[in-house]
Design a protein around this ligand. Structure first.
Ligand code: ATP
Ligand code: MG
Length: 557
């Protein structure tokens, strides 16, 4: 991938790496990893972690692995693995080695567990999950030792092998690290290493019925791969001590991974946890993980968010040690900036009103040349049919306009973009008293929208020739949640669900829109950016509107 603005970035993580390199740690080598659990789809929070891990590796001439943390077979599947790989590729990142899996290390992890048992640093506990939880104590109360804590090494080894061999039922026994039940850090109170689960794993099948816990699998997987810097989000701060304890206790070489925590991404009006996102899918609030309203990579992609805009956004917010919530308008402004640069302009009328040019030659059709992207000359021009019956926006016309309304009104002249000047002469109402047509005359001298006598008009409007127009379904999105922090505290995000989050209209659009590719985003002149759906043909999703709400927010604060 090309260098992004990240190349000369600085933040505490880049500083840390520079300082590690200066000290000669890891011989100056930088290796990171992105470790998703394949139990759901990636969301924009993961994108922050991806940009960090792959970005840092790229900047320091290192490598980044994609490693699936597949240690919970109940919730994981090959389908999620494939989806995550696709999403990563779409985002523009490639792992150094092809996908890696924690499940490939199950044998090594088990051998190391045996080593810890032999060293008297791990034991088999027969207590139930409830008893274990009860005996852990809490922040103010020390935990109490399990009655099985002082089992002899031989007995522990025997039980561990029998656990692995499938002699016991789910939850009957666990393997725990023997650390300190009164430790101030709860993570250090004899944490679980293995639990019994008689379930089929999507990769190891029925080879195993004991599965390693996160803390036992994670740091050791990092060490096996030769990861130098292991970045995770701040909630894992307390796990760092355990991460180090395991590596210390195994006596691994000095050049070994080091865990560093950074602040996770939270966005206003958005939920970003797989559990909460799954809830939206399960309750039918959205049509699936790839619904255009979802903050998943698939949803954002369907919505028309360019991968480059997501990367630029992540580079801009950077990483730090303080958690907070980022305004979703900031993300949208990156999307708008990128789309303004790359997307072609088209004309679409969302609320159509018929405009009849009474002096237009009967049956005549003229091809008007229209610029595709004023920001990009190489995008060239296209031909758009113009005729005597056009669709214009209902909101661009008023019978009795107030002072500040400069668009079409009886007796007034306006410009039709790349077309002609037209002057409203008459208004036609239907039997129900509803406005049905606006009549106007055009000035043949103003082809292309310029008057040779230099006279000015105050408005330029978009239009579509009625007989050439194509119908398209347009989905206009508003915030999915009205609350800026949905689900904060103990509240259910669904309490602030916006029942009007989608508005569906049938628009009249110019014929060139038939040629739009699935997923391609165009700017509908004067309206916003719209992405053609990935599956359905004449369906367009509003990606973002034209107005830069972020700059308004900044001015206010
Ligand atoms: P979720 O909270 O959405 O369920 P998770 O942390 O359980 O996410 P994982 O698959 O374990 O999901 O995450 C893979 C990596 O992505 C982890 O290193 C995790 O720290 C990181 N990550 C997840 N959510 C965010 C976020 N909101 N901001 C930054 N990084 C994140
Ligand atoms: Mg997780």
């Amino acid at each position: 991938m090309e260098d992004t603005p990240e190349a000369d970035k600085t933040d505490f993580i880049r500083e840390l790496i520079r300082s590690d390199n200066a000290k000669g740690l890891h011989g100056g080598r930088v290796q990171t990893r992105f470790p998703p659990e394949p139990n759901g789809y990636l969301h924009v929070g993961h994108v922050k972690s991806i940009c960090l891990n792959f970005g840092v590796a790229h900047e320091f001439d290192g490598t980044c692995n994609l490693r699936f943390d597949d240690t919970n077979p109940e919730k994981e599947s090959a389908e999620f693995v494939a989806a995550i790989e696709q999403d990563l590729q779409w985002l523009g990142f490639t792992s150094a080695t092809g996908p890696l899996f924690a499940s490939d290390y199950f044998e090594q992890l088990f051998a190391w567990a045996v080593q810890l048992v032999e060293a008297g640093l791990a034991y088999v506990d027969d207590q139930s999950a409830a008893e274990i939880a009860e005996a852990r104590g809490d922040f103010t109360t020390p935990g109490t030792n399990s009655p099985w804590r002082d089992r002899l090494v031989e007995e522990n080894l025997d039980l561990l092998h029998r656990m692995k061999a499938g002699e016991f039922g789910d939850g009957e026994r666990v393997l725990r690290a023997k650390i300190d039940m009164t430790h101030a850090n709860m993570s250090m109170r004899d944490p679980l290493m293995y639990r019994i689960r008689h379930v089929t794993h999507h990769r190891t099948g029925d080879d195993w019925c004991i599965y390693p816990n996160y803390d036992w699998a994670h740091g050791q997987s990092d060490a096996i791969e030769g990861v130098t810097h292991s970045f995770c989000t701040l909630e894992f701060e307390n796990n760092r001590e355990l991460y180090e304890w395991f590596l210390d206790s195994l006596g691994l070489p000095a050049s070994r991974p080091q865990q560093t925590e950074f602040n996770r991404l939270s966005l206003t009006h958005t939920v970003l946890s797989k559990r909460k996102l799954a809830h939206l899918v399960d309750t039918g609030v959205v049509s699936g993980w790839d619904d255009a309203q979802m903050p998943t990579v698939r949803g954002l992609r369907r919505r028309g968010y360019p991968a480059a805009a997501l990367r630029d956004f992540c580079a801009h917010i950077s990483v730090g040690k303080v958690s907070g919530t980022t305004e979703v308008e900031l993300l949208e402004s990156f999307v708008r900036t990128e789309l303004n640069r790359v997307s072609e302009r088209r004309m679409a009328v969302l609320k159509p009103l018929k405009l009849v040019l009474t002096n237009w030659p009967e049956g005549h059709v003229e091809m008007r040349t229209v610029v595709n992207n004023p920001e990009d000359e190489s995008a060239e021009t296209r031909e758009v049919p113009f005729s005597g019956e056009l669709w214009i926006e209902r909101d661009d016309f008023m019978v009795d306009p107030p002072k500040k309304f400069f668009r079409l009104a009886p007796g007034r002249e306006v410009r039709l973009r790349s077309g002609y000047f037209v002057t409203c002469t008459n208004v036609v109402y239907g039997d129900d008293g509803e406005l049905t047509e606006v009549h106007a005359t055009y000035d043949p001298e103003t082809a292309g929208g310029q008057a040779p006598d230099g006279r000015k008009v105050k408005a330029t409007m978009h239009w579509v020739s009625a007989s050439h127009a194509i119908e398209a379904e347009i989905r206009l999105y508003n915030r999915l949640f009205t609350d800026s922090h949905p689900g904060s505290g103990d509240s259910d995000p669904l309490d602030s669900l916006n029942v009007n989050s989608v508005e569906i209209v049938t628009a009249q659009v110019e014929p060139a829109l038939v040629e739009t590719q699935p997923g391609q985003v165009v700017q509908f002149e004067r309206i916003g950016y719209f992405a053609r759906d990935l599956d359905e043909s004449m369906l367009f999703h509003r990606t973002v509107g034209l107005r830069d709400e972020w700059s308004r927010i900044q001015k206010r604060t």
